[in-house]
Ligand binder design. Structure first.
Ligand code: FES
Ligand code: FES
Length: 162
């Protein structure tokens, strides 16, 4: 018996994407395996590590805990969507490089999504606010301080531009 497929239409990084997907296909598997947006990582697959974070209508969510069908009619932003339209790194992404906010990079897409969500609402966050925003994302390499520093560096650079 063939599996039932459901039609979805999702705005992914500013482009309308349509598909027919099985009900139990996770959002992260759809993004990575069908759309080839492999910047979003898969870690624990049960909502603990945050590596799979994307924005849904501007709010960070765990894409391993969502089905692709639940994104129907919504706006999804992945780490690729944080970059400029010419593919160059955003100030936040570049600041992670400059401030050594990553080592292996496995957690980085989720950290960037969490940090971008914070900066969207709180352009000059305190260290405590940054720690709160990234508190649901695990990093096994950096000890977190460089990530906090990277977000502060980005906030300062962005403030200097305005
Ligand atoms: S892979 Fe989704 S939270 Fe870890
Ligand atoms: S940089 Fe390796 S897990 Fe964070």
């Amino acid at each position: 018996m063939s599996e039932t497929l459901y039609a979805i239409a999702v705005d992914v990084n500013g482009t309308r994407r349509t598909a027919r997907v099985p009900a139990r296909l996770s959002l992260v598997d759809w993004l990575r395996e069908e759309l080839r947006l492999t910047g979003t990582h898969v870690g624990c697959e049960h909502g603990i590590c945050g590596a799979c974070s994307v924005m849904l209508d501007g709010e960070p969510v765990r894409s391993c805990l969502m089905y692709a069908v639940q994104a129907d009619g919504h706006r999804v932003t992945t780490v690729e969507g944080l970059a400029h339209s010419d593919g160059s790194l955003s100030v936040l992404q570049d600041s992670f490089c400059q401030a050594h906010g990553l080592q292996c990079g496995y957690c980085t897409p989720g950290m960037l999504i969490a940090a971008q969500s914070l900066l969207d609402t709180t352009p000059r966050p305190t260290d405590e606010q940054i720690r709160e925003a990234i508190g649901g994302n695990l990093c096994r390499c950096t000890g977190y301080q460089q990530i906090v520093d990277a977000v502060q560096h980005a906030a300062a650079r962005l403030a200097a531009k305005t």
